[in-house]
Structure formats: structure tokens, C-alpha cells
Design a protein. Structure first.
Length: 263
């Protein structure tokens, strides 16, 4: 029995590939780039360079968006890449924004605010775990929707108060209670059943292609020319999209349930 186990172990070891192609490595390299920029955001937060924090997270989100799409395009998806992506997302969009917002609020000593910060990090981990476990279980009508706010979007929402700091200060809204309430809302939204757009299989009607390209060009120009203002616009657009996602999702769900009932 022991010899048989040793033989099986040797056979499994020998069957593992000894070399990996550059195509297999490219998506994982993009994931590592996202992690690097996320850690760079943490570094910038230590020195209170808040605009740089937001820019680093924006760049990290671009790499995070590209790695999965490049992997599917090159047909180089793997279990290793999926786990690496989840770990990177937890650090970049879970731990780093929480760390940044805590420093931005001048490291409050109160237990309540720290509990809210920890809540956000925990909900980020739960959100990523649920996403990985639901990859093959979602019905067809839900393919274009996430369950809850995804961690990259949550990170953007988390950093939103930093981007509008002048507005908050001018109206006396930069307070522990208001920021804690905002973080609590984001945390609950991540682990909720709230449907949000994923954009993965979203199809655009032919008549809307040109107008949408113009809007995307304007938004891209705004982000490049003034990253903070572009970031604010992007977050506002996302917040507006949340109720519409729920409306469209419920319509598709009712249609699917009606078809199943007829069948």
C-alpha cells in the first residue's frame, strides 16, 4: 500500500508541466502589476499623498480588469491565476483602501471607527469568497450582473470621500460618524444580494454605439487630464447605475421564471 502511494505521488509529480509559456504567465504578470500599484497606493497614503493614492488604485483597477480578459483571450485561464487574482484583489481593493481612509481620518483612536474599518476588510474577503464559489452556478439571465458591489467598485466608493474632501470640509461633513456610515453602507452592499452591472457580456444596440464611444472618450479624457475629477465622475456614474441594475435584473428574472413556469 505504501509503495503504491509513493508510485502515485511520483506519477503525479512527473505529470506536472516543467515549463510554462509566456502566454500563460502574461495574465498573472498583469495581476502582479495590479498588486504592485495597490501597494504603491498604500505607500503614498503613508505620506498623505491622497491624489496619488487614488491614481494608483485607478491604475491597479485597469490591470485587474485586463488580467482576466487577457487570460480568456489567450485561453490561459488557470486555478493558480484565479487564486492569485483573488488574493491581489483582497490586498488592493480590501486592505489598502481601509488603510488609506484610516490614515486620512488622522488615525482615530476610538474603537467604533476601527470596528467599521475592520468590517469593510472582512466584507471584502467574504465578497471575494462568494464570487469565486458562484462562478459556475449563476443562471443565464444573471451573467451580466454581480451579486453585491464588487471589491474594485467598493474600493472606489471607499476612496470617494478623499476625492471630495474640499466639499466635505466646506459643509462640515468630514466627521467620524458620517464617514463611518458611508463605510458601513459600502460593506453591507458588498455582501448583500444587490444586483450590480458587471459589463462582461453587456451588448450595446447598434444605434447607441457611436454615442457611447463619445461618452467613453470624454470620460477617458477627463480621467487622464484630471484623474481626481474623472474619478469623481466615474463614481457618480456607478452610483446612478445601481438602481437601474436592480430594475433590469428583476425584469430578466421575472421573464426567466415565467418561461420556466410555462415549460
Amino acid at each position: 500500500m505504501k509503495n503504491r502511494g509513493i508510485k502515485l505521488a511520483k506519477k503525479a509529480f512527473q505529470s506536472r508541466p516543467r515549463r510554462f509559456s509566456v502566454i500563460w504567465m502574461l495574465p498573472n504578470f498583469l495581476t502582479i502589476c495590479a498588486l504592485i500599484f495597490g501597494l504603491q497606493a498604500m505607500y503614498q497614503a503613508i505620506f498623505n499623498n491622497w491624489d496619488n493614492v487614488i491614481v494608483m488604485i485607478i491604475i491597479a483597477s485597469v490591470f485587474d480588469m485586463l488580467d482576466g480578459r487577457v487570460a480568456r483571450l489567450l485561453k490561459s485561464t488557470s486555478e493558480f491565476g484565479m487564486h492569485l487574482d483573488s488574493l491581489s484583489d483582497f490586498v488592493v481593493f480590501g486592505a489598502v483602501p481601509a488603510f488609506a481612509i484610516y490614515l486620512w481620518m488622522d488615525k482615530p483612536q476610538g474603537n467604533f471607527f476601527w470596528i467599521i474599518i475592520v468590517l469593510y476588510v472582512i466584507c471584502s474577503a467574504l465578497r471575494l469568497a462568494r464570487f469565486n464559489s458562484e462562478l459556475s452556478e449563476r443562471p443565464n439571465y444573471a451573467k451580466n450582473y454581480f451579486t453585491g458591489v464588487p471589491t474594485p467598485a467598493a474600493a472606489f466608493l471607499m476612496l470617494f470621500p478623499i476625492a471630495i474632501e474640499e466639499f466635505l470640509i466646506s459643509y462640515n461633513l468630514k466627521s467620524f460618524d458620517i464617514i463611518a456610515l458611508w463605510i458601513g453602507f459600502i460593506s453591507i452592499a458588498m455582501v448583500s444580494n444587490l444586483p450590480t452591472f458587471s459589463g462582461k457580456v453587456f451588448q450595446i444596440p447598434k444605434s447607441f454605439v457611436i454615442p457611447l464611444l463619445i461618452i467613453l472618450a470624454i470620460l477617458s479624457n477627463a480621467i487622464i487630464s484630471n484623474p481626481i475629477k474623472g474619478f469623481i465622475i466615474l463614481v457618480c456614474v456607478y452610483l446612478i447605475s445601481i438602481p437601474f441594475a436592480s430594475i433590469f435584473y428583476l425584469r430578466l428574472k421575472k421573464k426567466a421564471e415565467a418561461l420556466n413556469f410555462k415549460n
